[in-house]
Design a protein around this ligand. Structure first.
Ligand code: SF4
Length: 307
């Protein structure tokens, strides 16, 4: 082999090694973040039977894959059943998921319910179909969870879904409300969990490519993507590019809430607030700096003096 060919072969081998290393790091990161969310919210306990909802989209495939890895390493025992609801949308490739899940060796159930026809019949042409569709889907999934004896229902929503919902509620619903990582189902019978709550969408997308999940397109029903959500997605993407760390910071603000500094009297007893004469070293400074003023250096902090 001449030297040019050898150099090219070496570069190729290095690239392959680098990609494998990156992929391994991605897998470890996803396991760590999913494990952390499960721990932080006590999502899964010993003896649980978790119904993992698999739609055929990248996030639910990633969720199932990571949960199966974590189950092998977990000090507790829990069962997993993958469930897909075939809503009889036109051209739904019904054989893809059963083939994939069989190969994966996970217990699974395919629920066949023609919600597509119901939605088409009840919603006039041109109107958005998603709210009725998801209501029907929710009811069916709760029933299936009962029938399968599952006490937990796991959904594949990730960090960006949670943030988008947060902004949608704030911009259009007048509420400071995101998407819960753990909640009681509205029938009061199950706990719904979102173990991917800390995972960035970009990581989920990359993981789906690495693992070559057999993705089923999500637009088979013909419904348009929610325009407002699309705009917020775009806004977040732009922030991520222009101001690295901003999206991260907004996300972390969701778990660092200060009710006394918001304006909901149901969360903080403003009406009964009285000065009790006790100094509180962690208390707030009533007359904060103007946002544009230079922050005073923290005691002992290193600072660079202008020359
Ligand atoms: S996009 Fe289609 S399948 Fe998804 S919730 Fe809306 S109507 Fe239902």
């Amino acid at each position: 082999m001449n030297s040019a060919l050898m150099a090219r072969a070496e570069t190729g081998a290095r690239d392959i090694e680098k990609t494998a290393h990156e992929n391994n790091k991605l897998h470890k990161r996803l396991c760590r973040l999913v494990g952390q969310a499960i721990g932080d919210f006590n999502m899964i306990e010993d003896g649980d039977k978790v119904m993992v909802c698999v739609s055929g989209g990248k996030d639910s495939y990633a969720l199932l894959d990571i949960l199966m890895t974590l189950r092998e390493r977990a000090p507790i025992h829990f069962d997993i059943v993958a469930v897909n609801l075939d809503q009889k949308q036109p051209n739904f490739p019904a054989d893809i998921l059963p083939a994939y899940l069989t190969k994966l060796g996970v217990a699974f159930h395919i629920e066949n319910q023609d919600t597509y026809s119901i939605v088409k019949r009840l919603i006039p042409e041109g109107k958005t179909t998603c709210s009725l569709c998801s209501r029907l889907r929710r009811g069916i999934l709760y029933r299936v969870a009962d029938e399968l004896g599952c006490n937990k229902i796991a959904l594949g929503h990730h960090r960006d879904d949670i943030l988008e919902t947060f902004f949608l509620n704030m911009f259009f619903g007048g509420k400071l409300k995101a998407m819960p990582a753990k909640l009681q189902s509205d029938d009061g019978k199950h706990i719904v969990i979102r173990p991917m709550a800390y995972v960035k969408e970009a990581d989920s997308t990359r993981y789906a490519e690495v693992k070559q999940f057999p993705i089923i397109p999500c637009d088979l029903c013909g419904s348009q993507e929610n325009l407002q959500r699309k705009q917020i997605k775009g806004l977040m993407r732009e922030w991520e590019k222009k101001y690295p760390g901003r999206v991260e910071s907004i996300f972390s603000s969701l778990s660092t809430v200060v009710p006394s500094h918001l304006m909901d009297p149901n969360l903080f007893g403003f009406k009964d607030l009285k000065a009790d004469g006790e100094p509180n070293p962690l208390g707030d400074i009533a007359f904060d700096d103007e946002p544009c003023s230079t922050p005073a250096p923290m005691p002992g902090a290193f600072s660079i003096q202008p020359q």
